[in-house]
Every structure is written in C-alpha cells, then in structure tokens.
Design a protein around this ligand. Sequence first.
Ligand SMILES: [Zn+2]
Length: 170
Amino acid sequence: MANIFGIRRSDPPEEQISISDQGTDVLIQILVLAASALAETDSQKRMAVWLAEHDATRGTGSIGFAIADMPWDSASFEADRQFWVRVMDAASQKTGWNTLNFRPNAERLMPMLGWFRKRFFRLRAEDINPDALADWCDEMDDDDPTLNGFPRCRQHGVYLTWCGCRICGN
Ligand SMILES: [Zn+2]
C-alpha cells in the first residue's frame, strides 16, 4: 500500500505525493535521524517525536500525513519551518545514516526529500492546523517522553516515542 503526504489533507492528488510502505518507513527513519540531530528547541524536539510516532503500528498505508497537521507551535512557526528545511538538507547529506544497519536507497530518497523541502520552504503560517499541537498533547500519558526531558536512543541518538526508538523498533 502507499502512503499519501501533502500540505493539507484537502489538497488535490496532483499536489500530494504517494510513497510505498517500505519507502515511507525508510524516509521516516532518515528524517527522524536528521531532525534529532538538528533540533534545538522543545518545539523542534516535539515535532521530531511526532514524526517518529509514524510507523507501521498505524497500519499499512496509513503512515502518511499532512504537513499542516504536524504539531506546529504558532509562536515559533517561522523558526520551526526553517528547521524542517534544514532537516531535509541534512537528510540529503545522509546525516546519521552511519548508525543504520542497512543502506538506504539514496537515489530513491533524494526526490522525496526534494519534494518535502519545497513544501516546507513554501509553507505559510495560515496553512497550519492551529489545533494539531493541543490535540496531540491531549492524547499523551504522563510518562510520555515528550513530557519527560526528551530522552534519546543511545545507539541512534533519536528522540524516543512512547513506543521507544523508531529505529531499534524496526
Ligand atoms: Zn535506537
């Protein structure tokens, strides 16, 4: 099955990108590696965790998301938007790939990273879903890593989710 990504869920198909389950899994792993390496603020770390929560436990074909529905904090939107552009560049430079026990297919991933980079580059504050952050936080348990100092995986350096490490768990 394929996973659909776009800026908004309501965008027409030609504005979206469709990525296979396997491709999505690798894409999320390399983005989580890059985002964990670059995140400086709580809001950036939180978004890295949110991304890491996107794995196959959600069911095949349901790992895709709309960029608008990421947990953006409107107070730091512009800095966080630029952060995600830098994450795409860092992923293109294979940040953290040395920690993986497989070799991601760079030729396949680069066009996807380019697609996302362009979307983050163009994203505007009015595109974001203002309720996404609060909705996500409402679902967290008290022991969620996001609320407990953002622990990282020792092996991969990525921020942990309530399921553990996105990469070890694979
Ligand atoms: Zn790990």
